[in-house]
Design a protein around this ligand. Sequence first.
Ligand SMILES: [Zn+2]
Length: 179
Amino acid sequence: MAEVEPLPSGPQEGVEYPLTLYYCGNCTMPLEYCEFYPQYEKCKEWLEQNLPDEFEKMMKLNDGKDDGDDEKKRQKRGGKGMMRAKKKEEVEKKICLSRAPRGKRKSVTVITGLSTFGIDLKVASKFFANKFSCGSSVTGNGDEIVVQGDVKDDLFDILPEKWSEIDEDLIDDLGDQKR
Ligand SMILES: [Zn+2]
């Protein structure tokens, strides 16, 4: 059997080809695509005249074929690689600030939600302690830091300054906690 030189426009990625490729003179597609071409009948005519061997093979194949195989083939050709992974829903990023009374005249500032920004609470607590020269601690009550003193108003400026990912709009002022 004579070798057929592959055409320059030849094999494409992701498509399985037979070792020897024949292109249809009617629809210019590889022979296996002819059956999807609207003028399949003309393809067959061309094949019968130009590649009788291949024509015979194709007719045999199609004879033994049922609709199930056909369906499989179409699916394989059509819907590959277009699936997009759905993005996981992210935890809402929000910081809540509130003031809570401590003792008769003192109050503390409670900061929650820093970890929704991926901020290390221990690091943040240290930062607050330095910044305000006061006590600051991670309470262990979930995502919560308590800073001694009323620094709530300052935090609206300081948080976005220190962590650029924090937008001022994402900081909620919960006001005063009642005791
Ligand atoms: Zn064809």
